[in-house]
Design a binder for this molecule. Structure first.
Ligand code: UTP
Length: 227
């Protein structure tokens, strides 16, 4: 299989880099890459939010702040490259076509952000579409897709199996609320639908066994493309 992993910054760098998690995930990614083609996109986490927040003091320019966020995601990508060792392409990949080329070299391409105006979820969805990946695995700080935000609604129910159209609907609900954020951002959900990408959304706990995750054995949500 060709698999794209989207590792949320809040999982990789919750407050500061989670070294234990990075070690474990890197080990498994290398093992998985022995039998599968693997590409990874990482997010910015708390560091990017702190930097963007600080920059608000000095500039109202949203695009400028997005560029700061992109730099931080790339620093996190460098950290994962270090943890992956020889198996990783040594530069942070900034272009989907380059990611394809790196896969042909039998290395793992690691990406952070690409352009202002979206998050790394959208980058991962586009990468999966471009690579015609068999699977996108989104590793996030919520353990799946819920019918409403579980951090706000204690009665929110986890959805075990949904279609890409349902994912778009749920992601749009999250976005329409001021300051609201959904587990997968709306633009990424749209790309997942457009690319007909089979997607698993899982929490940090499921990453104990990524081999099970890619086989569909996990406690998260399975998002299936429509015909
Ligand atoms: P993230 O993808 O990490 O956003 O990018 P996030 O929603 O905070 O996700 P988590 O918490 O890491 O899971 C951090 C910031 O970097 C900019 C945006 O400002 C984003 O909010 N960014 C990132 C871009 O502008 N373009 C990109 O391609 C990626």
């Amino acid at each position: 299989m060709r698999i794209v992993f989207d590792i949320g910054g809040s999982v990789l760098v919750p407050d500061k880099p989670d070294i234990d998690f990075i070690k474990k995930i890197a080990y498994q990614l290398v093992k998985i890459s022995e039998d599968h083609e693997v590409a990874v996109v990482v997010g910015g986490g708390k560091v990017s939010r702190d930097y963007i927040q600080a920059a608000k003091t000095f500039t109202p320019n949203e695009t400028f702040k997005d560029y700061i966020g992109i730099h931080i995601t790339r620093a996190n990508a460098m950290l994962l490259i270090a943890a992956l060792g020889e198996k990783a392409y040594p530069f942070v990949v900034q272009d989907f076509r380059k990611a394809w080329e790196v896969i042909q070299l039998k290395k793992i391409p690691i990406m952070g952000g690409t352009h202002p105006g979206h998050t790394t979820d959208a980058v991962a969805a586009l990468l999966a579409e471009y690579l015609q990946a068999d699977l996108l695995v989104v590793i996030t700080n919520v353990d799946g897709v819920y019918d409403s935000d579980p951090r706000e609604n204690p009665n929110a129910k986890k959805l075990r199996r949904i279609t890409t159209a349902q994912l778009v609907e749920i992601a749009m609900q999250g976005e329409s609320k001021a300051g609201g954020s959904s587990v997968v951002d709306a633009l990424a959900a749209k790309f997942i639908q457009r690319g007909k990408i089979r997607t698993y959304v899982v929490g940090k706990n499921d990453t104990i066994n990524l081999f099970d995750v890619i086989r569909g054995k996990h406690n998260g949500t399975i998002v299936e493309p429509e015909d």
